[in-house]
Design a binder for this molecule. Structure first.
Ligand code: 13P
Length: 251
C-alpha cells in the first residue's frame, strides 16, 4: 500500500472554539499531495462544526467512540446513525475505553458491526499492556482482542486496525519500529488467515507517542500503513509536520 493514513485522536481536549481553530489550522496547512489520507477525530460536541470546516478538503472526520444500539434509553450515549450524519469514521476499542470504562471485546465487536451497518468505517484499536508484554503474552492478547472484536463480521472491507501498545500511549516512549512491525505483521497474518486476501488492503496503523521525528520510521515498515496520533495531533503545525513526513515516504 503506498497511501499512508494519519489519524488525529484529539481525545477529551479542545473547546468548541479551540477545535474550530485547530480544524482551520490543519485544513489551511495544505501540506498534502494526495498520498496521505488525513482523518481528525474531535470530541462529539465539535464533530459537526469541524466537519463543516473541513468539508470540501482532503481531510475527513471521525468520532472517538460510538454505542452499538441505534437509538433508545442509553443516557449519554451516541448512536452510529447520529455519527454518520457528521463523520465517516469512528474509533472503537481504544485502550482508554477498554481500561477506564471496562469495555469488553464483545461490546467492542458490537460497535464494529453497528458502525459498518451505519456506513461508518471503524478504526479498531488493539494493544497490550506493559504487564502483558513483560509476561510474554503481547501477541496472544492482541490477537485475541482483534479476532474477538471482529467475531461478528464476515468481511473486513471498510475496517482500519490500529496497534497501540498501552505502554507507548502518552509516554513519549514510542515502540521500537521493529516491534511495531512485528505486531502489525502478526495482526495482518491473523486478518489474512480469518478473512482472506482482503486483509492486504486493510489499513494497519501504529499509535503511541508518534511525532514528526519518528513517523517515518514507522511508515517505512511493510505492514505499517500510517499512524494514530494523540498528543501531537493537538497542534496544527506538529500534525501537519507528521503528515508531511509520512507523505515523503508514501509518495
Ligand atoms: P499519543 O500519541 O499521545 O501517545 O496517543 C496515542 C493514542 O492513544 C492515539 O489514539
Amino acid at each position: 500500500m503506498t497511501t499512508s493514513t494519519i489519524v488525529g485522536n484529539w481525545k477529551m481536549n479542545t473547546t468548541l472554539a479551540s477545535a474550530e481553530i485547530l480544524a482551520y489550522g490543519i485544513r489551511d496547512m495544505r501540506v498534502v499531495d494526495g498520498s496521505v489520507d488525513i482523518i481528525i477525530c474531535p470530541p462529539y460536541v465539535s464533530l459537526d462544526r469541524v466537519s463543516r470546516i473541513v468539508s470540501g478538503s482532503h481531510i475527513r472526520v471521525g468520532a472517538q467512540d460510538v454505542h452499538p444500539e441505534s437509538s433508545g434509553a442509553f443516557t449519554g450515549e451516541v448512536s452510529p446513525d447520529m455519527i454518520a450524519e457528521v463523520a465517516d469514521f469512528v474509533i472503537v476499542g481504544h485502550s482508554e475505553r477498554r481500561q477506564l470504562f471496562s469495555e469488553s471485546d464483545e461490546f467492542i465487536g458490537r460497535k464494529v458491526v453497528a458502525s459498518l451497518n451505519a456506513g461508518l468505517k471503524p478504526i479498531l484499536c488493539v494493544g497490550e499492556s506493559l504487564e502483558d508484554r513483560r509476561a510474554g503474552r503481547a501477541e496472544e492478547v492482541v490477537r485475541s482482542q482483534l479476532l474477538n472484536s471482529l467475531a461478528g463480521i464476515e468481511d473486513v472491507d471498510g475496517i482500519l486496525v490500529a496497534y497501540e501498545p498501552v505502554w507507548a500511549i502518552g509516554t513519549g516512549e514510542a515502540a521500537n519500529p521493529q516491534i511495531a512491525q512485528y505486531m502489525l505483521g502478526t495482526i495482518r497474518f491473523a486478518l489474512k488467515s480469518n478473512f482472506g486476501a482482503i486483509a492486504d488492503s486493510v489499513p494497519c496503523l501504529y499509535g503511541g507517542s508518534v511525532n514528526a521525528d519518528n513517523v517515518q520510521d514507522f511508515v517505512r515498515e511493510p505492514d505499517i500503513d500510517g499512524a494514530l496520533v494523540g498528543g501531537a495531533s493537538l497542534d496544527a503545525q506538529s500534525f501537519a509536520a507528521i503528515v508531511a513526513r509520512a507523505a515523503e515516504v508514501a509518495g
